[in-house]
Design a protein around this ligand. Structure first.
Ligand SMILES: *Cc1c(COP(=O)(O)O)cnc(C)c1O
Length: 341
C-alpha cells in the first residue's frame, strides 16, 4: 500500500490541509501550457484579475477512494471535466480538455498517495479542481490569461456517528436567477448563499432549501446539494429545472435506482406544498453522497418524512449501493470507475 501519512483518519473533518503536490496549468496566448505538479500552494496573480472582481471562476469537487485491496480509484472524473467545460463556456473562459483533466486528477492523487485514507475509515481524498481568470484587466471583460489548478486533501467521514437525518428550512432568498448561472458550478453562486445558510443554521437547521426563483413553489436545491424523494409507490423523484446545479451524484442515483434497485426514477417538478407524496427524502452530492432529510420546515410548519432520527430503508439502500460502487465493493456500470493505481 505504500507509506501512509500519520493522520487520525476517522477524526478528519472537511478542512484544508496542505498536501505535497498540486497540478497547475497556465493559459496564455490562446493555449494551455503542458501543466505540471508543484509544491507551492500559493498563487501569485495580478490585483486586477477578473476572478477577484467579477467572479470569473469555476470549480469542481470529486473524490479518490481506496478499495479493500488497497488500490486507488476515482469516481466518474470525466463527468466533472465535462461539467467544468460547461461552466467555462458560460463564463467565457477557455475549456480544459477532458482527457487532460482526468490525467491531471490521476497525477495529483499519485503524487499525494500517502494522503489517500485507508479503506474502512470512511475518510476519502477530496480533489478540488478550479479555473480562474487572471491578468491585468480591471474592465468588465474576459481575462487575458487563465489558471487551472487541482489540489487535494484528505477529508473525514461525513457522518461521524453513522448516517443520521437532518432538518432543513425553506428560504425566501434565491440561489440563482431563472436564466442565470444556477446550472454552472461557479464561485459567484456561493457568496450569496452564505447569508441564507447562516440564517438557517441560526434557526437550528442543517441548511436552507432554495425554491425555484420564478414562482417559489417548487424545490430546487438543498443548500449545496440536490434533492430527491421516494414516493409511496417506490419511485425515485428529483426536481427538474434549468437553475439547478446538475449533480453527478444525483444522476448516478437515478441510474442506481433504476438499474440496481429496479425502481422507477424520474426528474420532474417537486411542489413544496405536496411533500406528502414522499415517504423518504434526501440531499445528495459528492461530500456526503446522501444526507437523509428528517423534515422540512416551510411557512412555520415542519413536514416530517420517514423519521427525524432514523434513515429510511430505500435511502439506506441507495446510499449503500452507490458508496459500494465508489469503494469498489459493488460492480460498477461501465466507465464509472477510473483506476489510479
Ligand atoms: C457541486 C454541487 C452539487 C453536488 O454535485 P455533485 O456533482 O453531486 O457533487 C449540488 N449543488 C450545488 C449548488 C453544487 O455546487
Amino acid at each position: 500500500m505504500g507509506d501512509l501519512a500519520n493522520i487520525n483518519w476517522s477524526e478528519l473533518g472537511f478542512s484544508y490541509m496542505k498536501t505535497d503536490k498540486r497540478y497547475i496549468s497556465y493559459w496564455k496566448d490562446g493555449k494551455w501550457d503542458d501543466g505540471q505538479l508543484v509544491e507551492d500552494n500559493k498563487l501569485s496573480i495580478s490585483e486586477a484579475s477578473t476572478a477577484l472582481h467579477y467572479g470569473q471562476e469555476c470549480f469542481e469537487g470529486l473524490k479518490a477512494y481506496r478499495t479493500k485491496e488497497g488500490s486507488i480509484q476515482l469516481f466518474r472524473p470525466d463527468e466533472n471535466a465535462k461539467r467544468m467545460q460547461k461552466s467555462c463556456k458560460r463564463l467565457l473562459m477557455p475549456e480544459f480538455p477532458v482527457d487532460r483533466f482526468v490525467n491531471a486528477c490521476k497525477e495529483v492523487v499519485k503524487a499525494n498517495e500517502k494522503y489517500v485514507p485507508p479503506y474502512g475509515t470512511g475518510a476519502t481524498l477530496y480533489l478540488r479542481p478550479f479555473l480562474i481568470g487572471v491578468g491585468d484587466t480591471v474592465g468588465v471583460k474576459p481575462a487575458p490569461e487563465y489558471i487551472f489548478c487541482i489540489f487535494c486533501m484528505p477529508v473525514g467521514p461525513y457522518f461521524k456517528g453513522g448516517m443520521a437525518p437532518v432538518n432543513f428550512i425553506t428560504t425566501d432568498y434565491d440561489r440563482a436567477a431563472p436564466s442565470g448561472t444556477g446550472k454552472a458550478k461557479v464561485g459567484g453562486n456561493y457568496a450569496g448563499s452564505l447569508l441564507p445558510h447562516a440564517e438557517a443554521v441560526k434557526k437550528g437547521f442543517a441548511d436552507c432549501i432554495y425554491l425555484d426563483p420564478r414562482t417559489h413553489s417548487k424545490i430546487e436545491e438543498v443548500g449545496a446539494a440536490n434533492f430527491f424523494g421516494i414516493t409511496k409507490d417506490n419511485k425515485f423523484i428529483t426536481p427538474i429545472s434549468d437553475s439547478i446545479l446538475p449533480s453527478i451524484t444525483k444522476y448516478s442515483l437515478l441510474y442506481v435506482a433504476k438499474e440496481y434497485l429496479g425502481m422507477e426514477a424520474e426528474e420532474r417538478d417537486v411542489c413544496i406544498d405536496k411533500l406528502d407524496e414522499f415517504t423518504e427524502a434526501g440531499a445528495c452530492g459528492t461530500a456526503a453522497v446522501i444526507s437523509p432529510i428528517g423534515g422540512i420546515e416551510h411557512q412555520s410548519k415542519l413536514h416530517i418524512f420517514y423519521s427525524e432520527t432514523e434513515v429510511g430503508p430505500v435511502t439506506k439502500k441507495l446510499y449503500d449501493t452507490l458508496m459500494g460502487i465508489q469503494l469498489g465493493d459493488v460492480n460498477p456500470p461501465e466507465g464509472w470507475i477510473v483506476k489510479v493505481k
